[in-house]
Design a protein around this ligand. Sequence first.
Ligand code: UDP
Length: 306
Amino acid sequence: MRILLMSTSVGPFGSGIGGGVELTIYNLAQELMARSHQIQLVAPVGSSADTLALTTIPGEVHPFAQNESRSADIRVPARSVLNAMWQFAQTLQHSYDLILNFAYDWLPFYLTPFFDTPVAHFVSMGSLLDPIDDLIRQCAHRFPHRLGAYTQTQADTFGLGLPWQILSSGIDLNLYEYQPQAEPALAWVARIAPEKGLEDAAAAAAATGLELRILGKMQDESYWQWVQSQVPAAQLTYLGFHPTPVMQAHLGRCQGLLMTPKWIEAFGNVAIEALACGVPVISYARGAHRNHQTWQDRLFSGTRWH
Ligand code: UDP
């Protein structure tokens, strides 16, 4: 098949701003190509994608859904990159057998009935915003079997009562190395943003007396400053955002990975990446795998980031 992959509109592909969906797109594209499908990726200007055929589109990136309140109106930047990406897809649609959307944004779901070429959606978030969820619901009713999710628990957050394609996630194990000796440190790997709950991991690290090594895109500098001020006893080492080979080498040297999400994590690729390095994962039972109250309030009962 000839498949057009439509990337997230929150940032350039390869920058890390898009989070785990960037790795999902990359791995999926590699596997589809290995199965002889023709793949073309469409992503915002500034993107880079190694060997993937890539078309970059100019325009303004979109705000993060996780920073909006559930019933808020959808905000569209004046020169929206998402609009431009979908105009491009509309123009080229007859050259493709399938258009596969990865953006949790209203436009791709709204446009689905207006395309001749089938549009399918890999939804990489849990339910977050009512206006988008409404369009996902309409899409599901009108086009059953065109919605995919990582896990059933993630799909259930939308409460559609309709079947989803459960696609799971995957990584290329060749890129990860098992390291038998660990150093006295814990790892935390995520975008540095409030919904990832770094303050809880810092508190846990402080309680153990272990260094916390932090890897991930610096999305919110003021939040990072706040975490440091809240947990002065924690030994926090920010190592930056790195390509997978470098990231996994750091991660593999740690005794464990802490995952402390404050939101319904759609999957959390870093969990399977840590396991691929032989690093145990200590996580809240929240997100794609489970969804109930956790012990976070006991661990960190101080001020909350708002
Ligand atoms: N990541 C990376 N380099 C780093 C730190 C993180 O490539 O230095 C990647 C990691 O491989 C993972 C993504 O960032 O794919 C984080 O995705 P996750 O699904 O855990 O959370 P999200 O950001 O999507 O909420």
